[in-house]
Design a protein around this ligand. Structure first.
Ligand code: BJW
Length: 234
């Protein structure tokens, strides 16, 4: 049995919780321009529009619930720990559904929707309510500098050093519910392969990297993730 499993999750793992994916036919980027809503330049041009976009998604997240895939990954973390192993869960998702399902060791590489960050003093704070351009930072008092604590295009993802260490140590790498379009996350499977990890894809359909994986299972995450975890732990 593998000792250290690194898992990368994407929007597909939360799709059945009612949170939209980005690049599927009816995904978020089919309705909205990512460069307007998920770039520092877009925020500088129209902060009200960007804050409204994230305010709506935050309200949706507060009402959402983890699904069977999130719970299965929490069970896998516990099952591995009981066997002396380790699970590092890297997520591109800004939702907190892994944590609400019970996962403890989660690295949010694209940030967290339920946090805000001050563009003036860099303070990060919990944020469950709408953000407005008239809000003052509770740390430095600057008005209008608060933004969602998320990683936009052109910005440096979070936790990359910890992720690199985990990938170098991984016996197995599992990619779940991600199209493998966005870098540097898209390159993790290759990094893991280089150090000899077995690679597994669990997705609705083959991702851009589909052929690179040693093993693949396709279907809704709420079905294939619990099935895979059950098989692995028995
Ligand atoms: C299901 C399912 C179900 C559906 N069950 N599965 C040219 C070449 C290479 C790179 C670049 C380039 N030009 C620019 C770049 C860099 C850029 C990039 O990668 N762009 C590409 C689009 C080309 N990357 C960046 O800018 C990143 N920063 C960076 O590179 O810094 C410099 C650096 C360099 C080197 C090393 C380190 C740093 C930052 C990227 C930030 C991404 N931000 C977003 C928005 C975050 C906030 C928010 O949520 O609003 O992150 S964009 C969006 O995409 C979001 C996601 O986390 C991310 C990934 O999407 P994901 O999760 O894969 O979703 P989808 O929709 O694409 O796929 C869903 C999948 O689920 C599909 O496969 C479905 O089939 C499946 N599915 N239902 C199972 N029920």
């Amino acid at each position: 049995m593998a000792q250290h499993i690194v898992i990368l999750t994407g929007a597909g793992v939360s799709a059945e919780s009612g949170l939209g994916t980005f690049r599927d036919v009816d995904g978020i980027w089919s309705k909205f321009d990512p460069m307007e809503l998920a770039s520092p330049e877009g925020f500088a041009r129209n902060p009200v529009k960007v804050l409204d976009f994230y305010n709506a998604r935050r309200r949706n997240l507060v009402d959402a619930q983890p699904n069977a895939a999130h719970f299965a990954l929490a069970k896998l973390e516990q099952g591995l720990a009981e066997r002396g192993g380790l699970l590092t869960l890297v997520t591109q998702n800004i939702d907190d559904l892994h944590e609400r399902a019970g996962s403890a060791n989660v690295l949010h590489m694209h940030g967290e929707l339920l946090k805000a960050r001050c563009g003036a003093c860099s303070a990060v704070m919990n944020c469950r309510e709408d953000l407005s351009v008239s809000d003052a930072c509770p740390g430095c008092g600057d008005v209008g500098a608060l933004r969602p604590h998320v990683v936009w295009f052109g910005e440096y993802p979070e936790h990359l050093d910890d992720i690199a260490v985990a990938l170098a140590d991984a016996d197995m790498f599992i990619s779940i519910g991600t199209s493998g379009t966005v870098w540097p996350a898209a390159g993790f499977v290759l990094q893991a392969r280089e150090t000899g990890a077995r690679t597994v894809e669990l997705n609705l359909e083959p991702s851009d990297d589909g052929r690179v994986f040693d093993e693949a299972h396709y279907g809704p995450a709420s079905e294939i993730v619990p099935d895979w975890v059950e098989t692995y732990l028995t």
